[in-house]
Design a protein around this ligand. Structure first.
Ligand code: GRF
Length: 194
């Protein structure tokens, strides 16, 4: 079996990246992580990737004259790693249209809500404020509109009385770590496409 090559973009702790790395340790998993790119040099996820023998790079957007130049460099790095797919895993920058269109159909993201509900930030607090009975997470294709691309997989969790943003975050995160590797496997096997 030839495994698809995947680049992961992170900004922080990288727990979803870690879940992807763990999944790739199974011999029949159809993809491997060949590089992890962060826009923050201090992202703890970079160390985790290095400990797993994965190439890493960090790029600060502030060092570039424009977002386009920053994103072109990201594409150059990803193409240097010869990636087939890109996984956004807590990458906390909105990506420009050129970058998104370049990778469209080959780039997926994990978002902590039942999209199309609660696009954007602070989803857990917003779900609690709205009094919703359930919440969850979505793996979706990345398209130019923020958090708007078609969903590949979703997982649902109940909202329990007494939940805080922290307890709800933790409950959703457990599900994120399950569905992200599943969705990437579906993509790598050609079972889903945009
Ligand atoms: C996760 O909640 C993910 O859904 C969102 O950003 C967070 C990243 O967490 N896109 P981690 O870095 O994967 O731990």
């Amino acid at each position: 079996m030839s495994r698809k090559k995947v680049g992961v973009l992170i900004s922080g702790r990288g727990s979803n990246m870690s879940a992807l790395i763990e999944a790739t340790k199974s011999p029949d998993y159809p993809a491997e992580i060949v590089g992890v790119l962060s826009n923050k040099a201090a992202a703890p996820g970079l160390l985790t990737a290095q400990e797993n023998g994965i190439a890493t790079a960090s790029l600060a957007q502030s060092k570039f004259l424009s977002r386009e130049m920053f994103e072109d460099m990201m594409t150059q790095i990803l193409e240097g790693w010869e990636v087939d797919y890109v996984c956004l895993a807590g990458f906390m920058r909105i990506l420009g249209e050129d970058f998104v269109l370049h990778w469209q159909g080959r780039m997926i993201n994990i978002h902590p809500s039942l999209l199309p509900l609660y696009k954007g930030l602070d989803t857990h607090a917003r779900v609690l404020a709205a009094g919703d009975a359930e919440h969850g997470c979505t793996v979706h294709f990345v398209t130019p509109g923020l958090d708007e691309g078609p969903a590949i997989l979703q997982a649902r969790v109940p909202v329990l009385s007494g939940d805080t943003p922290e307890t709800l975050t933790a409950r959703v995160l457990v599900e994120e770590h399950k569905i992200y590797p599943q969705a990437l496997a579906m993509l790598a096997r050609g079972e889903v496409s945009l």
